[in-house]
Design a protein around this ligand. Structure first.
Ligand code: ATP
Ligand code: MG
Length: 219
């Protein structure tokens, strides 16, 4: 963690088996004598790395966590946001990016998860202060391609894969960064906002590959 903070200035520390953004910590090194971390809505500051490490070790205990380089997410009305990209096997057995949705963090939190007080919004709206129309069209196409590329790559290791939900951070240079890939993505977030045809297609594909039916045992 010390090396990564020296290199990147900010890191995310996340439970190995996390959900809903619970337990996710954001830690920063502002100078050689200013360190901080935030968990939930509370920020803790320290004058040494060692002081912070002791405090973190009490929070983390013996559980397994991973440390990731932190990405400074783009903001919309002073709230951070990231993007969920839904990629599914279509009935022609090809990977298709079927939905893209934006997630705006609760103003005092460091995660964007809907179940942690985040708000779902259209990516077009969230990106509008950061892009021109043609830049956005290119950006959106890039996300769709990234989605299918990641699915094809993962399928090499997970041959039964039918759907993934990718959490993507975007930095000021509009570069997308993969934060995590979920193998059981929630399709219903796409019912909450936007075009109802998008949700209908996502649902139709889910039904087609049997997401909602219990797997029958083969004898
Ligand atoms: N490296 C990072 N840089 C910036 N923000 C991050 C980073 N990692 C996570 N976040 C923020 O925290 C949120 C939650 O992190 P993540 O998606 O990795 O865990 P999770 O949603 O709790 O896990 P899971 O989806 O496996 O249940 C992300 O959606 C994003 O807003
Ligand atoms: Mg997530």
């Amino acid at each position: 963690m010390k090396n990564m903070l020296n290199e990147h200035g900010m890191v995310y520390i996340k439970p190995d088996q996390g959900t809903f953004g619970t337990g996710v910590i954001r830690s920063s090194k502002l100078s050689d004598s200013e360190f901080s971390y935030q968990l939930g809505t509370k920020k803790h500051t320290f004058s040494t790395f060692e002081g912070m490490a002791v405090s973190l070790s009490h929070v983390i205990g013996k559980r397994k966590y991973l440390i990731q380089r932190g990405i400074h997410l783009l903001e919309y009305h002073k709230r951070r946001f990231d993007i969920r990209v839904m990629v599914q096997k279509n009935p022609k057995n090809q990977w298709e990016t079927t939905g893209i949705i934006g997630r705006l963090s609760h103003p005092e939190k460091i995660v964007t998860n809907y179940h942690s007080g985040g708000t779902l919004m259209s990516v077009g709206t969230l990106m509008s202060p950061h892009t021109t129309g043609s830049q956005y069209a290119e950006f959106q196409l890039g996300l769709k391609l990234l989605g299918t590329e990641i699915a094809k790559q993962l399928q090499g290791s997970y041959p039964g894969l039918k759907e993934i939900g990718i959490d993507i951070a975007v930095d000021r240079r509009l570069k997308p960064w993969v934060l995590e890939v979920n193998t059981l993505p929630d399709p219903y977030i796409f019912r909450k906002i936007g075009d109802s045809a998008v949700f209908r297609k996502i649902h139709r594909y889910c039904v087609h590959y049997g997401r909602f039916t219990r797997k029958k045992k083969r004898s």
